[in-house]
Write a protein that binds this ligand. Structure first.
Ligand SMILES: [Cu+2]
Length: 169
């Protein structure tokens, strides 16, 4: 039992040393420039965007990759989209029409806001601008008669935080 206690306190010491040696790097990361990044949305072998919702920072790029054999589209729902992107209507080719390779579409979001989008082949807007599944021909009906989730997604663009004020102590 005593040796067990010793092992535990040794482990705690290791953890403490680890935290101390990492902390200078954390401080550097906090004071360094905020780097923009690329976030991914994937279309698997199904009529959906994964993830459905994505939160990014202004300046980030979103890359849509279509791993499905079928073509899909990226169309903005202008009634609800708030950043500058309006009238977006892009084809994301599937592997059948792109020499076996996944089609890729990239968009860089410089403005904060919400980008609501859908695939016009596998979703449509109703009279209230709400995306609905296109069934009965376009969707898969479940045992309750529903045609499932429309093929759509949401990108939330957060404003870039202002740079930390410089302090010279
Ligand atoms: Cu589609």
């Amino acid at each position: 039992m005593k040796s067990m206690m010793n092992i535990q306190s040794n482990l705690l010491n290791c953890v403490a040393i680890g935290i101390i040696s990492i902390s200078p790097m954390l401080a550097f990361a906090e004071s360094g420039p905020i780097l923009s990044s690329t976030q991914n949305v994937v279309i698997p072998g199904a009529d959906k965007f994964v993830p459905f919702g994505l939160m990014i920072q202004a300046g980030d790029t979103v890359q849509w990759t279509n791993n499905d054999t079928d073509d899909h589209t990226l169309v903005s729902d202008d009634a609800f989209t708030t950043p500058s992107f309006r009238g977006v209507n892009k084809l994301i080719p599937g592997t059948d029409s792109n020499q076996g390779k996944p089609g890729v579409v990239k968009m860089k979001f410089d403005q904060a806001g919400t980008f609501i989008y859908y695939c016009r082949f596998h979703s449509k807007l109703d009279a209230d601008n709400q995306p609905v599944a296109p069934g009965p021909k376009g969707g898969i009906q479940d045992s309750n008669g529903n045609y499932g989730t429309p093929m759509m997604g949401v990108i939330t663009v957060m404003p870039t935080p202002p740079p930390m004020p410089h302090s010279d102590f």
